[in-house]
Design a protein around this ligand. Structure first.
Ligand SMILES: Nc1ncnc2c1ncn2[C@@H]1O[C@H](COP(=O)(O)OP(=O)(O)OP(=O)(O)O)[C@@H](O)[C@H]1O
Length: 255
């Protein structure tokens, strides 16, 4: 078995946008009697890529909504660069499983949503980055599912966020489109160095992309596994398969 690197590599730090530092301390989130997150701690280093796994309903999206500033914690601290997060943050963007494109806007306008000032060149550059530079004048309705997710990714990255939150963005894509999108996300992350949190049900996706895979169970981070394999990762290697199986074992044990 080849040696697994012992030192964590945060390769994303090379880029033009320094990633945000993310801190969650003693976070609780209750919906009435339903205590979804209970005293949860999580630290994400600037530029680090963390994948979150766990059984359905364990609180993954709830954690993401707290980190996006979409909802407050019932109790505890959520901070970006050591500043408590109280509402939406200009350096934090989210991409969801559905592209959420506005059908009455062209692709370029959809990409520019949320940008201020001279937004067109920035939206065009973002479309170029995801390989859709020539589709700006199209309506979203004529794009494939994978292309719509590329537009959603372009929109999320157009403002050069320092923290990108991904809520199962590739969950609805077919098996051929998925690895392409995974590579695109990894390439952009490596170029730009934004901090990333990815929610996924796919253990292979988690090991392919993340520096660390964490599992939520009983309201806390119950498993925290570093993935110290060189990038781009060889999905057929023994180390990759062993980590993927380890994560699957943890997720199944929580069910
Ligand atoms: N706005 C809300 N009001 C009431 N309960 C909520 C709300 N949002 C989430 N919940 C509850 O919180 C729990 C966790 O939901 P969450 O969506 O975070 O889970 P998840 O791990 O992302 O699940 P999945 O993998 O199925 O997407 C569930 O029991 C859900 O019903």
């Amino acid at each position: 078995m080849a040696t697994i690197l012992q030192k964590p590599q945060f390769e994303g730090l090379k880029g033009d946008s320094q990633g945000a530092r993310v801190t969650v301390r003693g976070a609780h989130k209750y919906f009435g009697e339903n205590k979804v997150l209970v005293d949860l701690d999580l630290d994400i280093a600037p530029g680090e890529f963390v994948a979150v796994v766990g059984r359905s309903g364990c609180g993954k999206s709830t954690l993401l909504r707290l980190l996006a500033g979409l909802e407050p914690a019932t109790r505890g601290l959520v901070a970006i660069d050591d500043q408590p997060l109280r509402t939406l943050h200009p350096d934090v963007r989210v991409m969801f499983q559905d592209a959420r494109l506005m059908p009455w806007m062209h692709v370029l306008e959809n990409t520019g949503l949320g940008l201020t000032g001279d937004w067109k060149p920035k939206a065009q550059a973002a479309l170029d980055d995801v390989g859709l530079g020539d589709r700006g004048k199209d309506w979203p309705s004529i794009l494939s599912g994978g292309q719509r997710q590329r537009v959603a990714l372009a929109r999320a990255l157009a403002s050069h966020p320092r923290f990108l939150l991904l809520d199962e963005p590739l969950g609805a894509l077919d098996a051929l489109t998925r690895p392409d999108m995974q590579r695109l996300i990894e390439d952009l992350w490596r170029q730009r160095g934004f901090t990333t949190l990815l929610i996924t049900h796919d253990a292979e996706e988690a090991v392919a992309l993340a520096d660390r895979v964490v599992q939520i169970q009983n309201g806390v981070i119950s498993v925290d596994i570093p993935v110290q394999l060189p990038r781009p990762r060889d999905r057929a290697s023994a180390e990759f398969i062993a980590l993927r199986e380890e994560i699957l074992r943890h997720v199944r044990a929580a069910e």
